[in-house]
Ligand binder design. Structure first.
Ligand SMILES: [Zn+2]
Ligand SMILES: [Zn+2]
Length: 436
């Protein structure tokens, strides 16, 4: 099939399923589930993929799945990812009334695009003109929320990473993948690089006593106050790094007003733009907090878990994506990777090991992660998003997978998966000021 016919048949096949894909997207919108709990979502989507004749591996990173479409000819394996998890936002008018869950940044569209991509590749006849494989992967738990629940899963031995994509890498799901991409709803088309992060639980230990005789105790709240001030001063050290973010909350500041508290707990997130800056910030932060606690005659225990790697999109793959967007959305002005984002995504973990792009496209309305968020344009969110995904696969795998093979060759310059796992294990540690 000639290239323009290939593209048109994919577009026609997906557009012919407009109503079906909009129903899928709305079904997921109405059944939101947060990370590592996407049981209904996963069962629903894997059922649809099986109905299309695909074999689906399930139970990956608890609720994730993978279905491969094999052209039967040698070539790279391209993964198309769809995010499964929702946020929890109990004040959102359309949230699940029991759990507060809601897709307040549009992961229901990302999940739907897996089905739309399968439709575009399987029902258009393009596979005969492609080489290699397409792996459709449902990825759980992108949002870094419900840390206690995830820590429980870690303690139960069910996961080792708090984010879905990182856990999928640990489980070997990406071992044979050469290229990876996905789309996320936004207010613009294109892609952007992002910060990475670590998450921390800090416990300050003191000694309780009657609050009218504070000299008999060691006030853990004083230890945390010292730590908060020291952390504020630490920010000055990173004045030349515009993307470092240090933010936290006190989750327990004591239990009774007439008792000098012996325990204060805090949660912190540290964000930075490179792996090196995350490692350096992580170590400095821990030292500053531990010495500050000691200055108030308290001790600190800091439990750190790897959050996300910084995201550096592959520019060649990004160009393929931008070309597809320009074709599907005529007249669009698109500046690739114009701005570095201080937020984080676990697509950073994928991009650290495989040439990858975290694409943005339209379809949502309102404030991302806000109570007014919703799907503003069903066609764009569910159908156009699928067209973009399917056409990128076609671009990569047509003509003997010429573009795909070239981009896949970039994998050798990225972090090997065992090194990646070693790195995140080193970041995830518990330190105690008592050991200083
Ligand atoms: Zn989000
Ligand atoms: Zn998201």
């Amino acid at each position: 099939m000639a290239t323009c016919n290939l593209r048109q048949s994919v577009i026609d096949a997906i557009k012919a399923k407009n109503d079906f894909l909009c129903n899928v997207g709305e079904h997921i919108w109405k059944n939101p589930e947060p990370g590592f709990r996407e049981v209904k979502t996963s069962a629903y989507l894997t059922g649809l993929l099986r109905d299309m004749g695909l074999e689906v591996k399930t139970g990956l990173a608890v609720t994730g799945f993978r279905a491969d479409i094999d052209t039967g000819r040698p070539g790279p394996t391209v993964a198309v990812l769809g995010e499964l998890d929702s946020l929890v936002l109990p004040n959102h008018p359309e949230c699940d009334k029991n759990t507060g869950a809601v897709h307040a940044c549009g992961h229901n569209a990302s999940a739907t695009s897996l089905i739309g991509t399968a439709v575009g590749l399987l029902e258009s006849g393009v596979l005969d003109s492609l080489c290699g494989k397409i792996a459709l992967i449902g990825t759980p738990a992108e949002e870094g929320i419900e840390m206690d629940y995830r820590k429980g899963l870690i303690d139960a031995g069910k996961i080792q990473s708090i984010s879905g994509k990182s856990q999928l890498i640990r489980e070997g799901v990406f071992d044979d993948i050469d290229i990876s991409y996905m789309h996320h709803l936004s207010s613009h088309y294109g892609y952007n690089d992002h910060n990475g992060c670590v998450n921390k639980k800090i416990t300050i230990h003191g000694k309780s006593c009657h609050a009218a005789s504070p000299q008999k105790g060691h006030n853990a709240l004083n230890g945390s106050t010292m730590a908060l001030n020291a952390i504020a001063m630490l920010r000055e050290v990173y004045s030349d790094n515009a993307y470092v973010r240090i933010h936290g909350i006190i989750t327990n500041g004591g239990d009774a007003v007439n008792i000098i508290p012996d325990t204060v707990t805090m949660e912190y997130m540290l964000r930075a733009p490179t792996l090196e800056s995350i490692v350096s910030l992580n170590d400095r932060f821990d030292k500053v907090v531990m010495y500050a606690a000691k200055a108030a005659e308290c001790e600190a225990v800091i439990e750190t878990v790897h959050g996300y790697m910084p995201l550096y999109d592959d520019p060649e793959l990004g160009e393929v994506m931008c070309d597809v967007v320009r074709e599907v959305v005529p007249g669009i002005e698109l500046v690739p990777n114009q701005k570095f984002f201080s937020s984080c995504t676990d697509m950073g973990d994928i991009a650290m090991i495989i040439p990858a792009v975290h694409g943005y496209c339209l379809g949502g309305k309102g404030t991302s992660h806000g109570i007014d968020y919703g799907i503003g344009d069903q066609y764009k969110a569910y159908v156009e998003n699928s067209i973009l995904n399917a056409l990128i696969a076609v671009e990569l795998l047509r003509d003997d997978a010429a573009k795909g093979s070239k981009i896949a060759a970039g994998k050798k310059d990225l972090l090997p998966i065992p090194e990646y796992i070693k790195t995140i294990n080193n970041l995830s540690k518990t330190v105690r000021s008592a050991d200083l």
